[in-house]
Design a binder for this molecule. Sequence first.
Ligand code: SF4
Ligand code: SF4
Ligand code: SF4
Length: 252
Amino acid sequence: MKYLGIETQKPKIAIFDFTSCEGCQLQLVNKEETLADFLAAVEVVNFREASSARSDDYDIAFIEGAVSRNDEVKRLTAIREKAKVLVALGTCACFGGVNKLKNEFEMKDINRDVYGKNPKETLWVRSVGEVVKVDLEIPGCPVSKNEVEAIVRHVILGAPFTFPVYPVCVECKQRFTSCLMEKGQLCLGPITRGGCNAPCSVGGTGCWGCRGPATDPNYDSFFAVTADRGFSKEDVAERMGFYGTFQEVQNR
Ligand code: SF4
Ligand code: SF4
Ligand code: SF4
């Protein structure tokens, strides 16, 4: 492929799944109108969901999913050693995601109740960045394909890329949505990073914060507004803990 008339090298990319639903991988193959361009810009050498290619020779590793088993720790460490750039793909990889809900429970009893005499190994769930060094994070449950494509252009060509600094509310209002908080629904839109185009609040369900905190969110104001609307601290904390995206502020 050419950039400014200069032939550029196609980076070899590999996509690996860990503890996840594999929905972020699916996003990559879902947007058919740009799939051919995407595949022309990179050489896919490992992508279990979409290709039979298998190689350990890659430049960029995309990691989908959280880490919840010892074999995953070993596999991730080996990938980190090989990859020049390691990208955490999706909320599970960036924050632990819904998998981190498990950390609230005593797994010994649950393991016995579910698996009987064949208990499964399961560790305290961690994000990818809690196990190895991460170069780039793409949040979202699932990720936005537009954002993934922009980041691939950024990594391959040096094209500028920044995440939106504004919260989900901005995109919600751009889509002429009546605020759900005015209708008695809890919504994390005011403190959550935009870029998803507010599909949840536009669809009638308050935001659950899958993209993590917006830049410099005004938590004090958000807590005051939610208290004023009658939401309990417990309800707000439960919502903020769902994806594990607000742990920093929750642990303060
Ligand atoms: S971030 Fe969401 S869509 Fe992506 S793997 Fe995790 S649960 Fe699935
Ligand atoms: S519905 Fe949610 S995202 Fe939309 S404006 Fe209200 S608080 Fe913000
Ligand atoms: S509205 Fe909130 S929960 Fe829904 S996709 Fe956007 S950030 Fe995620």
